[in-house]
Design a protein around this ligand. Structure first.
Ligand SMILES: [Zn+2]
Length: 206
């Protein structure tokens, strides 16, 4: 792409570093912002900067939160004996949208992926095991996508929890192999979590 302006080229380059945004889309977005009132751009960059500089993670479940303990963890009506293990906040949002789940979450921050250089130590697994040691958790629900990385991560955590009196299950029906949770519709995902199956059973099926 030949740009008549270095400023434009820089802005398009930065925009195109975002996932799913190619150079053409980046150019379209940047030109769109130029046509809008200047405060639109200011508001956007302010919001992103504020988020980046002051973002916090819940000290218990590691979900993105504006306060030390997130609303879900702080809610006394939630069942603290059931913990759903998810990759990131998008999964929490997807499951919360179903309105079917009343337990807590544990946000791993990713999946074990040797290809991408993500090991167990890069995720919040130690914190999950520490939580398990306290003896409050009775059931752990694995809700990672059924990709190789998701399965590896589930199995790693499952192994770490051997010897604890915790039942493990995995979300079931309707979530196809490789489907990302956030793309599942609410009813399907709601059913998947209500009809979860024991994790050991899911291993034998493979
Ligand atoms: Zn929390």
């Amino acid at each position: 792409m030949d740009f008549s302006s270095k400023l434009l080229e820089n802005a398009v380059y930065e925009m195109s570093q975002l996932p799913g945004i190619g150079k053409r889309t980046a150019l379209r977005l940047v030109l769109h912002l130029l046509k809008q009132p200047a405060e639109r751009t200011t508001n956007l960059s302010d919001a992103l900067q504020k988020l980046r500089n002051t973002v916090k993670f819940c000290s218990s479940c590691h979900n993105i939160s504006d306060v030390e303990t997130c609303e879900i963890c702080a809610n006394p009506k939630r069942d603290e004996t059931t913990v759903c293990v998810v990759e990131d906040i998008r999964d929490v949002m997807a499951i919360e949208n179903t309105g079917q789940y009343k337990g807590l979450y544990h946000v791993l921050g990713g999946k074990i992926s040797p290809m991408e250089g993500v090991g167990p130590q890069d995720l919040t697994i130690v914190s999950l095991v520490d939580k398990a040691k306290k003896g409050v958790i009775k059931e752990l629900i694995f809700a990672l996508s059924s990709t190789m990385e998701g399965d590896t991560t589930n199995f790693y955590i499952y192994k770490q929890l051997e010897g604890f009196d915790i039942s493990t299950s995995t979300i079931a029906r309707g979530i196809g192999v490789g489907d990302e949770l956030e793309y599942a519709d609410e009813i399907t995902l709601g059913r998947s979590i209500m009809n979860r199956i024991p994790f050991e059973g899911s291993l034998k099926m493979n």
